[in-house]
Design a protein around this ligand. Structure first.
Ligand SMILES: C[S@@+](CC[C@H](N)C(=O)[O-])C[C@H]1O[C@@H](n2cnc3c(N)ncnc32)[C@H](O)[C@@H]1O
Ligand code: SF4
Length: 377
């Protein structure tokens, strides 16, 4: 893929951009095979490739420059900034939205936050698009509530020009840099949920819930998990680190019982909405810590699906899973290093099937789905 911003040295975020795409896949596959070389993997499925451009559904733009001429893009370590509105990873529908937003920032007087001087109000713009219906969610990350009235007063102008902005909110992030968003989210539109559909399964996105950023590959990942589950004799499953419920909602049949556990209450609300829409009856989604939940449960389901953050599931949850001994564990990971460490702790399981999903093209990162089966089954 060609990126003029990369070639001009403006953005180097995609470290593997100069590597041909088939080579990227081969290198990721080789690393994954090396990381799992200590286990007897029974079946390797071919890697699921991604579209090479326009595959993202989300932009996280640092806002810099001046109120009259805002820059939407990145802030480099040396303090310089770069406009990334033409980043080829975004769908073509994003560029016209960025253009209107630049004018809006000036009209509403939302002074970009200046990191060096610690002054200004607007830190980031977060834009997410539903591939199913083209609706978008826009979040303004502000240093404080100082400009909130100005923002509200100017919004009708924005909504008239960009009716696709179905969900708008302001996030208050008073901390200097470091973290992207704060605890306080202020709704600016009545609608606060974006509807997405993967493989005919309705999914919902709210401002503070995690959602996969590569919808094409995420759909393929959920579909693979569903297909693998259909081959197994399952009556019950847990979906740990479930986010908005994508895995569990794909894998559970109406007859099965599904328990989804996730730390974010916003994401759990999305998962509950989906379950209701689909008409699943034996479902429980709860906002809890996954390890604490597992430690407090007496019995294990037929299958435990885990999809943790980069750190993996950790030794405490591994120890609990080992003790509970569910027949099957389906592990979806965005960090094969931590997944390999966790699998080493799950010594009573054999590695039945592994597949790489190229969720993050042009970088060294990837997702991997692994089916573990209890020894003796
Ligand atoms: C990689 S995301 C996966 C989300 C979801 N499975 C999906 O497919 O979109 C990891 C999720 O784990 C959640 N999480 C982080 N720490 C957690 C914890 N201790 N207990 C439960 N969920 C946690 C995050 O909020 C995030 O939604
Ligand atoms: S993030 Fe976008 S602009 Fe930056 S190198 Fe990658 S494709 Fe180019």
């Amino acid at each position: 893929m060609q990126c003029a911003l990369y070639q001009a040295g403006v953005c180097r975020s995609c470290q593997w951009l100069e590597k041909a795409y088939p080579q990227q896949i081969a290198d990721k596959q080789r690393e994954l095979e090396q990381l799992l070389s200590g286990f007897a993997v029974e079946s390797w499925l071919p890697a699921q490739e991604s579209g090479q451009a326009q595959f993202r559904n989300k932009a996280k733009m640092v806002v810099s420059g001046s109120v009259e001429r805002p820059v939407l893009g990145i802030l480099n370590r040396d303090g310089s900034t770069a406009d990334l509105c033409d980043c080829p990873l975004y769908p073509s529908s994003f560029r016209p939205v960025f253009d209107v937003l630049k004018t809006f920032i000036a009209r509403a007087g939302l002074t970009p936050y200046n990191v060096a001087r610690r002054r200004g109000e607007l830190k980031y713009l977060l834009l997410t698009e539903s591939r199913a219906n083209g609706q978008m969610m826009l979040r303004f990350v502000l240093r404080s509530e100082t400009k909130l009235t100005q923002l509200r007063d100017a919004l009708p102008w924005l909504c008239e020009r960009l009716p696709q902005l179905a969900v708008i909110s302001a996030n208050i992030q008073p901390v200097h840099m470091a973290i992207l968003e704060g605890e306080r989210e202020i709704a600016l539109t009545e609608q606060q949920t974006l509807e997405e559909t993967f493989n005919q399964v309705p999914l919902f996105i709210r401002p503070r819930s995690f959602f996969q950023t590569n919808p094409g590959v995420a759909s393929a990942l959920y579909a693979a998990a569903r297909d693998w589950c259909r081959e197994l004799p399952l009556k019950s499953m847990w979906d740990l680190f479930c986010g908005v419920g994508g895995f569990g909602l794909h894998c559970a049949t109406p007859e099965m019982s599904l328990t989804g556990i996730e730390i974010s209450a916003e994401a759990i609300a999305c998962a509950q909405e989906s379950a209701q829409r689909i008409g699943l009856r034996h479902v429980r989604f709860e906002a809890l810590d996954s390890a604490r939940f597992a430690a407090s449960e007496a019995g294990a389901p037929d299958l435990v699906l885990v999809n943790p953050p980069r750190r993996g599931i950790g030794s405490a949850l591994c120890a609990d899973l080992r003790e509970m001994a569910p027949p099957y564990i389906l592990y979806s990971s965005c960090n094969a290093h931590s997944m390999a460490q966790d699998i080493a702790l799950l010594a009573d399981y054999r590695v039945a099937r592994v597949q790489l999903f190229d969720m993050f093209p042009h970088t060294a990162h990837y997702e991997v789905l692994t089916l573990l089966v209890r020894q003796g089954l």
